[in-house]
Design a protein around this ligand. Structure first.
Ligand code: PLP
Length: 296
């Protein structure tokens, strides 16, 4: 595959660059595409079934569903119980993943906690478990491909940025590109939680990895008015980003850095539709959605 392009991006009068990993594919894009690189290059006959678990609006879930569709692998996804409303929704990542053939199994909270760690046990050779959010060792190879692409494109910046969920992307990028500063910010849990997640994938955090503190304490996947404003601002500047991770990262970059930064666009815009509905319900969104659910 040819390298994803790098776009110029001006936000609040500052120049940035954006690595367009969001353009790889509609469903299998961004850092999920990078993390699934090894599996994407695995011959079909190696596996029959992929198992994963986590939230039902997850971008990783949708990316895995697209991968399994392509490979003709069965895909079983476990989550905690979800609302009847979500099951009925005809938009969003859950709906899309189901239409790509994902089998979804809900587990009661207590059972979920016991069951998930046992997934790796008694696993036959034709099944593979992808930990929540694609936080697997195999992700390293795919992020090396991204790192090599960046080296080759040589964007003339010293700093990169990517927001963190599990921290897999930021960590492996920083490891692969020691002469770049890699900014990130925790979007799921706080800084301590992020560090502990990263330390489950490495022995020590690389020195070039800089964790910026979010402007406020945010709870993951909740609608926030200032996230929405940032989303609109970046959209007006010419690029659509996701509503869960990107707004907080941009807030941090604008407030806490001053140099030219290359932002890695990790995709995730397919989840924006259902997020916008939630914004609308909370009446945080003043303009309403039109019938086609595109945003005005
Ligand atoms: C999954 C995701 C992240 C977080 O990636 P991690 O490797 O889990 O830290 C960031 N941004 C977007 C758009 C994502 O889909």
């Amino acid at each position: 595959m040819s390298p994803t392009p790098i776009s110029n991006f001006v936000l609040e009068g500052r120049e940035f660059l954006v690595k367009r990993d969001d353009l790889v594919d509609v469903y299998l894009a961004g850092n999920k595409f990078r993390k699934l690189h090894t599996l994407l290059n695995t011959p079909k006959h190696h596996y029959k079934k992929i198992i994963s678990y986590g939230g039902t609006q997850s971008n990783a879930m949708l990316a895995i569903a697209a991968l399994c569709k392509q490979k003709d692998w069965e895909f079983v996804y476990y989550s905690k119980p979800i609302s009847a409303v979500q099951k009925e929704e005809k938009i969003g990542n859950y709906f899309l993943a189901k239409s790509l053939g994902m089998q979804h199994i809900e587990l009661e909270h207590r059972l979920y906690k016991e069951f998930i760690p046992s997934l790796q046990l008694n696993l036959d050779k034709t099944s593979f478990v992808i930990d929540q959010g694609g936080a697997i060792d195999e992700a390293k190879a795919g992020l090396k491909v991204l790192a090599d692409e960046l080296e080759m494109q040589n964007p003339q910046v010293k700093s990169l940025a990517t927001p963190s969920g599990t921290g897999t992307t930021a960590l492996f990028l920083a490891q692969n590109l020691p002469h770049y500063r890699v900014y990130t910010t925790p979007c799921v849990g706080d800084e301590e939680y992020l560090k502990s997640q990263m330390l489950s994938l490495c022995h020590a955090l690389p020195e070039n990895l800089v964790i910026l503190k979010p402007k406020k304490k945010y709870h993951f996947a909740k609608p926030y008015e200032n996230f929405y404003k940032m989303y609109k601002k970046t959209l007006e500047a010419g690029i659509e980003f996701d509503l869960l991770y990107a707004p907080s990262m941009w807030e941090c970059l604008l407030a806490q850095t001053s140099e030219k930064v290359l932002y890695i666009h990790s995709g995730g815009v397919t989840g924006n539709m259902s997020m916008k509905l939630r914004y609308e319900k909370k009446t945080l969104l003043k303009t309403s959605l039109n019938k086609s659910n595109t945003f005005i």
